[in-house]
Design a protein around this ligand. Sequence first.
Ligand SMILES: Cc1cc2nc3c(=O)[nH]c(=O)nc-3n(C[C@H](O)[C@H](O)[C@H](O)COP(=O)(O)OP(=O)(O)OC[C@H]3O[C@@H](n4cnc5c(N)ncnc54)[C@H](O)[C@@H]3O)c2cc1C
Length: 452
Amino acid sequence: MRAELERLVGADAVLPGDTVAYLEDATAPLGLRGHADAIVLPRTAEEVARVVAWCYERGIAIVPRGGGTGFAGGAVPFEGGVVIALERLARVRALDPLAWRAQVEAGVPTAQVRRLARESGLYFPPDPGAAEQSQIGGNVATNAGGPHAFKYGVTGRWVTGIEAVVAPGELVTVGGPIRKDQSGYDLRGLLVGSEGTLGIITAVWLRLVPAPEAAHPVVAFFDSTASGCEAIERVLGSGLVPAAVEYLDGATLAIAAPAFPGCVPRRAGFMLLTEADGTREEAARLRSDLAEVLGETALAVRAPESAAEIAELWRWREGIALAATAKHGGKLGEDIAVPVDRLADAIEGVLAIGGRLGLEALSFGHAGDGNLHANFLFDPGAAGTLERARAAAGEAAELGVSLGGSVSGEHGLGWLKRGQLARQWGPRALELHASVKQAFDPKGLFNPGKKS
Ligand SMILES: Cc1cc2nc3c(=O)[nH]c(=O)nc-3n(C[C@H](O)[C@H](O)[C@H](O)COP(=O)(O)OP(=O)(O)OC[C@H]3O[C@@H](n4cnc5c(N)ncnc54)[C@H](O)[C@@H]3O)c2cc1C
């Protein structure tokens, strides 16, 4: 197999199937590792098409891989086959600052896209947490979110066109550098969030916007989840539009408080991190409005002003997941999303599940979007705790659905949450879902076992 693949893409673009770096993603701490027959690193979309055609003809599974930062095991080749890693498709094909748009290949790291925009005075808002490692193709394939999705929307909202290799190995383009397209069914929308199960994204056209002149965080501490969630609804009800509305529940705060860049009130049991952006005047006005509205019931409100303090605050926010994992060595999470007015019920429900199953539970996440990172901590060395964490994660998914929400707000179903869509959708909707897969991938070779 390797010799034939080498003939298609060159010897230096094929690695042995047991190259561990391509067999795991961010689920590796849970012990998830796949196995592959070969790893291919194509340099062009045409090479991707050639490899897909070769696999498709022979009935060999194809697993697309971006930066490997996914939390759902989506890029892990559990059923063998050929891993197609996109890291060498890393060209910026076009950047047109005056028209606020760019065309980049799938393997460009997310942070590079954001830097590129910024250097031209523009802004690419999606900011999932592992931006230096994740790739734009992976972000589109998972429709990634992040803190700023509250005001600006998730990745798909910024994608106007996609070039992809679909079965049986053909390069297609849907959309392009156009801001509107009401021609056919929304194939672009289907590829967004398809987690490598419908085809391989090789390039995307992105919409950009002029960068906000200023962005000021406003942090508020509350004595309880109920009072913090009530403050979120008060902010929304006041017609204020923060760029981000992030939260930490009391259990997360207890773990993360020692590293907080500032002082955390002793009685704090809930924290909100909001951000006011816009022109200098807009951002300053919104900052003071947020401080006033949150301050009505907060124990304390802080609004750091210097660039260094602000950077430190966001760095701290990015480290929360790691700090939670470090407490017992393992954590299993669900990224459920609920209507924002059910957020308090979801947060309390997660703690109750942990209590019932004898596990430390906590949640944090994107409050404005009702998106929780509900985590159950476990000691990987202690017998039976991972199994209990799995049971707890299943209950958290059920909780999300029972509150009118989704089993996945951000990370996708991947492999870890396979089978969970049936909790959320009825039989006819599931049938349509399967028909879409069948239409794109009649042999079922693109990322088998995922997103179903
Ligand atoms: C510390 C940390 C913080 C995170 N924070 C967030 C967050 O705030 N919001 C959020 O949404 N996610 C977050 N994530 C999850 C992860 O970063 C995102 O899901 C990201 O979009 C995955 O991109 P990737 O390039 O690493 O994709 P991978 O992990 O490599 O792949 C993810 C899925 O996409 C498919 N795929 C990858 N590239 C392609 C392609 N070119 N064509 C077709 N399919 C492809 C894979 O097959 C797989 O199913 C975080 C992860 C970490 C480790």
